[in-house]
Design a protein around this ligand. Sequence first.
Ligand code: T4K
Length: 367
Amino acid sequence: MADRKVLHVGRPNIGNRERFLERVEGMLDRRWLTNDGPLVQELEQRLAAFLGVRHVVAMCNATVGMEVALRSLGATGEVIVPSFTFVATAHVPHWLGLTPVFAEVGAETHTLDPESVERAITPRTSAIVGVHLWGRACDVDALADIARRHNLELMFDAAHAFGCTHRGTKVGSFGDVEVFSFHATKFFNTFEGGAATTNDDELAKRMRLMRNFGFAGYDTIVAEGTNAKMPEVSAAMGLTNLESVDEFIAANRRHWEQYNARLSAMPGLHVVQYDPAETNNYQYVVVEVDARVSRDALVEKLWSEGVLARRYFMPGAHRAEPYRSLASVSLPVTERLCERVMVLPNGTDLTGEDVERVCALIETELR
Ligand code: T4K
């Protein structure tokens, strides 16, 4: 089929084009393109209201945002992270000269197993980084309890969890700080971008300084810093997409439910579920494959048909360089998930017919 539509995991959700272009026109008229401009300030205010958190510090992406956040927390020595995550979660402490120590995740939750975290604590541990994988919040209460008892900083990688809740409270105000990704492939995007969110006034102040080289005004440098600024054009995209969040969720949810109904009935497939009592963005259609056909064979077949399913996360971070060569660690649950998990296309670019096409391909392959 020459005109067959290629289906991606991570096709951007894009809000109203006219509204976006209007904002870009205003930006060009003002000739104010970056450095804490009016669109970034407006986005920060709107996000703070949306997320229900005191401070939102917009960043150029989540990776640098997490570096700024972890450094602002004063992390030293060892930082406990999951391995079943995008490798950036581990790269962040390593990039800062710290040691990421990999803990195990729950087989059902796919997020940090608090008992494994507790076992990984040493006298050198200074912080825990939990990941709200697929938008499903970590066991934030157990992790907060561990952090409090051991006097550790607690940061959440909330890259997947924009708009998601934990016990009815939006992700964004848990732990000491949370960091969202607004990358093009994420539920809510600003092309590239991210934000650190916190209720801690002092931490927010430190992160703002660090985001802009430590400048406290023209010619006044009061701290070390980097360049983690979000440009105005990204904020224009963010403000526009924020107006369409409900539509994005509705489309994602419709597709997820269609996938779930079809795939859950197939032998050897387990569709990762979202708690109906919480709000979720339904961005990720996550399937564990333990079937007649291997996950890899299934993904290969889908690719050959133009369905670019992904093996998130392959390999686990502990099996990626440089971590693989630095330490050997046994994480059986993580390894099993790395071998079995497949993520299918979702997003506003998808149609019900597309979902049916993917399901029919999988059904044929499993026969
Ligand atoms: N923590 C977690 C848990 C994360 O998942 C991520 C990022 C981070 C931290 C770090 O956040 P950032 O520093 O990026 O803000 C992507 C993204 O680059 C990355 O942001 C994301 N996680 C990761 C899970 O996925 P790839 O290697 O999958 O991207 P790529 O280029 O293969 O694109 C995915 C699919 O989307 C492709 O089939 C093409 C399609 N696509 C992509 C882009 C960029 C489009 O259709 N349009 C586009 O504009 O890494």
